[in-house]
Write a protein that binds this ligand. Structure first.
Ligand code: 9WN
Length: 434
């Protein structure tokens, strides 16, 4: 079974590889290269075709802007099957945007540091991977420097995101409180996602109005970070985003040590990490809920609700062991139990929980992968094994889908939703089974 599932996963990944040296997340629905998808996808390739893994990384890094920014979508190919596309985003408005590729003017969680480290760890040809790392690591460092220099408004080490698409968890109920502070125009546009996936599993039209409105604001200031920080109605410190940064800082330090250079950068990364970790523990940990939460920087208030992102600081070693234990209890008691698979993307006990709707409840395999490793890091073997086996069970049962229903329901035809033959689901299956 194991070998068959790995073979099936390889077939999915190979089917999504494109001519330009990048891999799409899913045919039809997502026809370009996405930042954090590419990171997870490379981890799958790394187990059977390291050249492809490194090419995925270098193609993405090639889209970097002059200021170190790496965009969330790189529009390699011309197609109007996705909305909003390159003509809507207009990355060229920013004076330092890539001259080679058009892209969005927003980013996604910084996973590339730890992806490079893991590729090195899994490689059989260490010298080849180390040479690649030596040639590319500074770009990832520059990306972190971009965040600390431009996205740390209060200089406390917590990076903000200015759009929900930057979180990767697009329509999480977390953002509802921000939408309540906005009243965007009712734009006229043609959705493409709902021609590929049932509308009941995707964000609403009104939510899209908010998404587009923030982009219009950012375009009006030519994607200038300072102006965005001053004007964006959406300015949030996200626990997942900051945890990925801390974990990638840590990975970059060990990779610089391996290649034996840039002591100054190692020291800088260490300082950044300590600052972010400290701030996350002071500002983002909610004692009553027992896990990390989002902070609405624009309206200066915490968003007290639990999501799967709330537990991802485990992956970066951010919580103390006492807090980690508390988080594991919350995960088990509130998200787990005999009637549910781990881990729902939103608190199953909250009335806004929707088990079929995208980031409002369904399980996502990339977050499960982060939780699996995070729990393992704290020695919580049984719970981490459960996250892994729940993930593999759902994939074996239903296929390489984009997201899965966390409820254990008998007699349902399918518990899997969104795009099919989804790349990171396949890639992380390979990694979990290798
Ligand atoms: C917008 C590609 C991306 C993922 C995100 C996921 C979804 C895009 C969309 O697909 O978002 O970025 O159009 O809905 O939410 O996490 O990276 O797979």
């Amino acid at each position: 079974m194991k070998t068959q599932l790995i073979q099936d996963a390889i077939d999915v990944l190979e089917g999504n590889v494109q001519k330009g040296g990048f891999t799409i997340p899913s045919k039809g629905l997502y026809p370009f290269q996405w930042k954090w998808d590419s990171g997870f996808i490379a981890l799958g390739f790394g187990h059977y075709d390291m050249d492809k893994a490194l090419r995925e990384m270098s193609t993405l890094l090639d889209s970097q802007w002059g200021n170190g920014f790496i965009p969330h979508i790189v529009f390699h190919t011309k197609t109007d099957t996705y909305f909003p596309g390159e003509d809507f985003h207009q990355s060229e408005l920013h004076p330092q945007s890539s001259k080679k590729y058009r892209s969005t003017g927003m980013t996604q969680p910084p996973v590339l540091g730890f992806v490079l480290e893991r590729l090195y760890q899994m490689s059989k040809e260490k010298a080849q991977v180390l040479e690649f790392i030596d040639a590319h690591i500074d770009k990832v460092y520059d990306n972190h420097a971009y965040f600390y220099n431009n996205r740390d408004r209060d200089r406390d080490g917590l990076i903000y995101i200015y759009h929900n698409w930057e979180s990767g968890t697009d329509n999480s109920p977390i953002w509802d409180v921000v939408w309540e502070t906005m009243d965007p125009p009712h734009y006229e546009f043609e959705r493409k996602d709902t021609t590929h996936v049932d509308a009941s599993q995707r964000p609403t039209k009104r939510e899209y109005d908010h998404y587009l409105h923030i982009i219009e604001m950012a375009k009006a200031v030519n994607y200038n970070d300072q102006a965005i920080a001053e004007q964006s109605p959406f300015l949030v410190q996200d626990p997942l985003f900051n945890a990925m940064l801390v974990r990638s800082n840590e990975a970059l330090i060990s990779l610089y040590e391996l290649i034996g250079r840039s002591l100054d950068k190692q020291e800088q990364l260490e300082q950044w990490s300590q600052k972010t970790t400290k701030a996350m523990n002071i500002k983002l940990f909610d004692e009553a809920l027992g896990a990390y939460i989002h902070y609405d920087l624009r309206n200066d208030k915490p968003i007290a609700a639990l999501t799967s992102s709330s537990f991802t600081p485990l992956f970066a070693g951010v919580p103390s062991s006492e807090r980690a234990l508390q988080m594991a209890q919350v995960l088990t008691q509130r998200f787990g139990g005999k009637d549910r698979y781990l881990c729902a993307s939103f608190d199953p006990e909250d009335e806004r929980f929707n088990p079929k709707k995208y980031w409002r409840g369904p399980i996502w395999i990339n977050v499960n992968w982060l939780l699996y490793h995070g729990l393992k890091r704290y020695g919580m073997e049984a719970l981490s094994a459960q996250v892994r086996s729940d993930s593999l069970h759902l994939i074996e049962q239903f296929g390489f889908y984009e997201y899965f229903d966390p409820r254990k329901i008998n007699g349902e035809k399918t518990n899997a939703y969104g795009g099919g033959n989804f790349s990171w689901t396949a890639a992380l299956t390979i990694d979990l089974l290798s």
